[in-house]
Design a protein around this ligand. Structure first.
Ligand SMILES: C[S@@+](CC[C@H](N)C(=O)[O-])C[C@H]1O[C@@H](n2cnc3c(N)ncnc32)[C@H](O)[C@@H]1O
Length: 400
């Protein structure tokens, strides 16, 4: 055995001994195979790096449109999280200007080396701070990052909760993280299922980890772009969550028009909490309403609020059907559909007044004993109280 090998052997034994005897040594956390029902994808190996800078990428993914929608300004502190070989890092350097370094985090040293070489070739050396993170700690500075961009990365994180906590801590007061993920809802996107994510799944995972969806960009050919801000620490207390969960029952027995408003509240509650109970309640409310023959704009708004979350054809069919009926009734052409989308988007932005008022009206229609008076179906009085709490909460919690 050579001296070097003996040296290594002794060193390894010594390390093992220290490791076993040191009670402070962190226990190695085994990566979970799934997270909230989703199988976590394997990390893309650095040998695949050329694929990230392939010539067809701009045409396929419209990368410059993505960069534009990020709204990066000079001097912004931007983190390209899971930067790979820096396909996005380098253009971001040009957007933030020469006085601000872009933080590029990756867990593969080789990726960062490739990135440094590309930066040097493009005359951008010194404009990127490469950070070799670990699976549980991205080693980002606290409270500094204005925008953390995760393109095709989140679904690979072996420890989503730890990483999200660290990302949350790294954000400046109005800092945001942006998830760009291939759309799981769209079978035409030519990427393996394991490497795609639905909006519903993203919300399910991000919201309970202290993030609030603040903006979306739905115009890329293959990917969702979802912006999240840090939810305030006191956002939704356990008590409030319980109240909202109990409120789910309030749609049962509500008059149809008001059911749509309550359903809308539930769909929004899912967006706010990522809690599947709201999702399920909103879906069963929608299914019930769709079965009835009643078609109105309230129902359409409710269904379109759900349409990017539900991956089943019944909803799309119902939306088409109701849109056709409404547009036909109003003498409008089908081409007016984009306007309905705009109504939906506006509705999401101006939610407190638009959503809470009809929900309140629904509640006002109850008699003193907490019953829906119009169709006589009994609704437990408790729910009313909780619905009021829910409305107050939504009013407080929704982005303005
Ligand atoms: C599919 S590549 C995308 C690279 C780049 N964002 C792009 O769009 O060109 C995913 C990258 O995320 C990195 N990654 C995976 N898990 C990570 C983690 N926990 N922290 C930082 N980077 C990670 C991988 O090493 C890989 O370079």
């Amino acid at each position: 055995m050579s001296r070097l090998r003996i040296h290594c052997f002794v060193l390894a034994l010594a390390t093992m001994a220290t490791a076993q005897s040191d009670p402070r040594r962190p226990v190695e956390v085994k990566p979970p195979r799934t997270y909230k029902g989703r199988t976590i994808a394997q990390t893309m190996h650095y040998l695949g790096a050329p694929w990230l800078i392939r010539e067809s990428r701009e045409r396929e993914e419209e990368c410059s449109t993505l960069l534009e929608c990020l709204g990066i300004e000079r001097g912004d502190v931007v983190c390209d999280f899971g930067s790979g070989n820096g396909f996005y890092t380098l253009p971001i350097c040009r957007l933030v200007g020469p006085d601000t370094k872009v933080l590029a985090v990756d867990i593969q040293k080789q990726m960062l080396t490739l990135l440094e070489k590309r930066a040097a070739r493009e005359g951008l050396e010194g404009r990127v701070e490469t950070i070799l993170g670990t699976e549980t700690d991205p080693k980002l500075p606290r409270g500094k990052v204005d925008l953390a961009l995760l393109v095709d990365v989140y679904h690979e994180l072996s420890h989503p909760e730890e990483t999200l906590r660290a990302l949350r801590d790294s954000l400046s007061s109005d800092g945001r993280i942006v998830l760009v993920e291939f759309r799981a809802e769209d079978p035409k996107v030519p990427i393996k299922k394991l490497h795609k994510m639905s909006k519903r799944q993203v919300l399910r995972e991000l919201v309970p980890n202290g993030f609030r969806l603040v903006e979306q960009f739905d115009e890329l050919p293959w990917q969702h772009v979802m912006f999240f801000g840090r939810a305030p620490d006191n956002d939704l207390s356990q008590q409030a969550r319980q109240a909202m969960a109990r409120a789910s029952g309030a749609t049962v027995g509500a008059p149809r028009s008001e059911s749509a408003a309550l359903g809308l509240v539930l769909a929004r509650a899912f967006r706010l909490t990522g809690d599947d109970r709201y999702y399920d309640a909103a879906c069963s409310c929608a299914r019930r309403l769709v079965k009835s023959t009643h078609r109105d704009a309230h129902l359409l708004l409710f269904l379109t609020e759900l349409d990017d979350l539900v991956e089943e054809p019944w909803l799309t069919d119902a939306i088409d059907d109701i849109t056709g009926a409404l547009l036909g009734g109003a003498g409008l052409e089908r081409a007016a559909w984009p306007e309905w989308r705009a109504v939906r988007d506006a509705n999401r932005r101006t939610q407190p007044a638009d959503l809470v008022a009809p929900a309140r009206a629904a509640l006002d229609a109850l008699d003193d004993e907490g019953r829906w008076t119009r169709d006589g179906t009994i609704c437990v009085a408790d729910y009313i109280v909780h619905m009021h709490q829910l409305c107050d909460l939504l009013e407080f919690a929704l982005p303005r």
